[in-house]
Design a protein around this ligand. Structure first.
Ligand SMILES: [Zn+2]
Length: 210
């Protein structure tokens, strides 16, 4: 093999390598992309404000839908809406918040069903004392009555009650404190009425004042 032939061979080899490298680089810079059928949306102008973010789900997502239609009475005989105090956000032991309203009344004052519904649980609890869980007729809300002295005669689990019906009497059972007679009343939204203790408490105050 002559020197000239060797030189030509080297040049060809060099050009081949350059060509391969060039092809490889151009592939990396502009990779072959399959033609996409992009929707013909209008181009977004610079400075166009973004659409508003979706509202964040609050703990009471249904409040605006149906709570406005909930018609409650103050569940203690003789107590007027304007006498109520909003104690929902008050602190309680162990870092808990109250999440309920306390309605002060004399011992043995009748406790009334705040709305129509079904008594689903009569329960003796350490904190609440003698308590009642009532499910609303639409099965979305649980009403909880605590520190009761005793239940109304004949009241049982599964009793259907009408708004204003006497279901119990004001007491100081549970952790109310001896002689601190009041009704502890809370309202919760329950995703599953069978799990009545797992609801999210909402403030009864505005619903009772309204
Ligand atoms: Zn309370």
């Amino acid at each position: 093999m002559g020197a000239a032939k060797l030189r030509i061979l080297l040049v060809v080899l060099f050009l081949t390598i350059v060509a391969i490298v060039w092809i490889a680089i151009s592939f990396r810079i502009s990779p072959v992309v399959p033609a996409l059928d992009l929707p013909a949306t209008a181009p977004v102008a610079v400075g166009t404000p973004l659409p508003p973010p979706l509202p964040i789900e609050s703990p009471t997502p249904m409040s605006s839908n149906f709570l406005g239609t909930v018609n409650l009475i103050v569940p203690v005989a003789g107590v007027k809406p304007e006498q109520l105090l909003d104690t929902f956000a008050d602190a309680r032991s162990e870092g808990r918040s109250h999440d309920a309203i306390d309605i002060i009344a004399a011992a043995e004052t009748p406790v009334l069903a705040a709305t129509d519904g079904k008594i689903i649980k009569l329960f003796q609890s350490e904190r609440g004392g003698t308590t009642i869980y009532q499910l609303s007729a639409d099965q979305k809300l649980i009403f909880y009555y605590a520190h009761l002295s005793h239940y109304a005669a004949g009241l049982t689990e599964d009793s259907q009650v009408r708004q204003g019906e006497v279901i119990a009497y004001v007491g100081d059972t549970g952790n109310a404190g001896a002689g601190n007679f009041h009704l502890h009343f809370s309202i919760s939204i329950v995703p599953d009425p069978k799990r009545y203790w797992e609801g999210t408490n909402i403030n009864p105050y505005p619903l009772l004042r309204h």
